[in-house]
Design a protein around this ligand. Structure first.
Ligand SMILES: *[C@@H]1O[C@H](CO)[C@@H](O)[C@H](O)[C@H]1NC(C)=O
Ligand SMILES: *[C@@H]1O[C@H](CO)[C@@H](O)[C@H](O)[C@H]1NC(C)=O
Length: 399
C-alpha cells in the first residue's frame, strides 16, 4: 500500500485506503469462493481455464442429429401414418435443422481462433465425418452453414450464403467408430451373454408389472430394452409435436419407463470388454487426433455427426454418462489445451440445450486431465486392434 504523508489528512486517507482494501479483499474472496465452488464460473467465462491449462489447440466434437420425426412405432400407435409426418419417417425437422445451424454459429464464435481466416484453408482446419443417415448428414450440413458463413459480400459468390465444407460418410459396413455397425462377432457374443446375465434378467423381473402393462396395450408380444428406448423417442417426438398420446401411454411416459430407458443406453457399454469394442474406437480416435495435432498437423477441428447411442457409448466408456438420454443436437466437446512448454491437458464439455455447456469431471482426473494421465486411465477401454479383438475363438463359442 502507498504511504501517504500529508500530516493533516493522514488519518482519513489511511482509513480510506483501508476501506478500499477491505472492499477489494471481499471482492476477491467472493470471486475465489464463487469460482472454486462450482462450474458455472467456468461456463460464463469459459476461458478461465485458459490461464491454468492453456488455450484450446484442438477440438473433437461429437453430436447427435437435430430433432427428427419418429422411425419406429408400437403396433397400436395412432400416429403411425405418414400424413402426420410430412418430412418422412426418421427425417430431420425444421427445428432440427435450425438447432444445428445455431450450434454452428455458436461454435464459430467460441472457437474463432481455430477457424481459418481464408476459406481456402477450411479443409486444412476441419474434418467432418457423419454416419450414413439422412438426418446426420443433413445435421452436419446445417452445422457447417452456421459455422462458415461467406465473409465477404462481394459479387463473386453470386448470393451463396456459406462456404461448402466436405462431409465424409461412414457406411454401415465400414463404421467401426460411431455406430459401430461393422461386423464384430465378439461384441455380438458379449451382447448375448449380457442378455442372459442375472443383472439384465433382474431388470425385467423388477419391472415385471410395467413390462406386462406395455405388452398388453402396445400390441407387442415381447419387449427388449431397445423397444423401451424407441418408445421413449417416439413418444417424446409425438408430444413435442402436440400429438396427444393414448391414455395408457400417458400413464407411464416418461417417468415410469425411465429406468429401463436409461438401462437401454447403458447396455451397449455394460462391461469393460463391451466398452472397449463399442466406445473404445472413439476414445482411440479422439486421443489419436490430439497426438497428430501435437506432432504438428494443421487440423484444428474434428467433427462427428452421429446418434444418441453414440454419445451415450462414448460418455459411458469414459465413465462420465449421467444415464439421461442424450437429447436432440446434444454435443460433446473434447478439448486439447496446452501452455507453452507445459504438458497438454484435456477438458470435456457436454452441451444438451441452448444454454451454456457443462464441464464434465472425469473420474480420477477432475475438470482437466493431463493427456498422458487420461491415456493411462483409459487404457483398458482402448482397443489395440479392433478387428483382431472382434474375432471369436471358434472352439469356445457359447450358443
Ligand atoms: C488452427 O488454429 C491456430 C491457432 O489458433 C491458427 O493459428 C491456425 O491458423 C488454424 N489453422 C487453420 C488451418 O486455420
Ligand atoms: C440446460 O443444460 C444445462 C447444462 O447441462 C442444465 O444445467 C440445464 O438444466 C439445462 N436446461 C434445461 C432447460 O433443460
Amino acid at each position: 500500500m502507498v504511504s501517504v504523508q500529508l500530516a493533516s489528512t493522514k488519518h482519513s486517507i489511511s482509513f480510506l485506503l483501508f476501506g478500499t482494501a477491505m472492499i477489494l479483499a471481499t471482492g476477491l474472496l467472493i470471486y475465489i469462493v464463487g469460482f472454486s465452488r462450482s462450474h458455472p464460473a467456468y461456463e460464463k467465462e469459459h476461458d478461465a481455464l485458459e490461464d491454468v491449462f492453456g488455450p484450446v489447440q484442438y477440438i473433437n466434437i461429437l453430436y447427435r442429429h437435430g430433432a427428427r420425426t419418429p422411425d419406429s412405432y408400437l403396433p397400436t400407435d395412432p400416429y403411425n401414418d405418414i400424413k402426420f409426418w410430412p418430412e418422412g419417417f426418421g427425417q430431420l425437422t425444421q427445428e432440427g435443422i435450425l438447432q444445428h445451424y445455431n450450434l454452428g454459429g455458436w461454435l464459430a464464435k467460441r472457437y474463432s481462433h481455430l477457424l481459418p481466416n481464408d476459406w481456402k484453408q477450411i479443409n486444412k482446419a476441419i474434418r467432418v465425418v457423419s454416419t450414413d443417415w439422412d438426418r446426420t448428414l443433413a445435421s452436419a450440413s446445417a452445422e457447417m452453414e452456421g459455422m462458415f458463413p461467406i465473409q465477404s459480400n462481394s459479387d463473386e459468390w453470386k448470393g451463396l450464403r456459406s462456404y461448402p465444407v466436405p462431409i465424409h460418410c461412414l457406411t454401415d459396413e465400414s463404421d467401426a467408430l460411431l455406430q459401430v455397425t461393422k461386423s464384430c462377432p465378439k461384441y455380438a457374443q458379449l451382447i448375448k451373454t449380457m442378455i442372459k446375465s442375472k443383472q439384465y434378467l433382474d431388470l425385467f423381473k423388477n419391472n415385471e408389472k410395467l413390462v406386462e402393462y406395455v405388452k398388453l396395450h402396445s400390441g407387442k408380444e415381447s419387449l427388449t430394452l431397445s423397444d423401451f428406448q424407441d418408445m421413449y423417442s417416439t413418444f417424446s417426438i409425438e408430444k413435442s409435436r402436440n400429438y396427444i398420446l393414448p391414455k395408457w401411454a400417458d400413464k407411464i411416459f416418461p417417468e415410469k419407463i425411465m429406468n429401463l430407458v436409461a438401462a437401454s443406453f447403458e447396455a451397449e457399454t455394460w462391461t469393460v470388454e463391451m466398452k472397449r469394442l463399442r466406445g473404445g474406437p472413439m476414445v482411440k480416435q479422439f486421443l489419436g487426433n490430439f497426438k497428430t495435432k501435437l506432432a504438428g498437423s494443421s487440423l484444428n477441428i474434428s467433427m462427428y455427426s452421429a446418434h444418441d447411442t453414440t454419445i451415450s457409448a462414448f460418455l459411458n466408456t469414459i465413465d462420465a454418462f449421467d444415464s439421461v438420454p442424450p437429447p436432440f443436437a446434444s454435443m460433446v466437446i473434447i478439448e486439447l489445451r496446452q501452455l507453452p512448454k507445459n504438458d497438454p491437458f484435456v477438458t470435456v464439455w457436454y452441451k444438451t440445450n441452448s444454454s451454456d455447456p457443462r464441464l464434465l469431471s472425469l473420474p480420477s482426473c477432475g475438470d482437466a486431465c493431463r493427456l498422458s494421465q487420461l491415456e493411462s486411465l483409459l487404457k483398458p477401454v482402448i482397443p489395440e486392434n479392433w478387428d483382431e479383438e472382434c474375432k471369436i475363438d471358434p472352439i469356445n463359442q457359447p450358443n
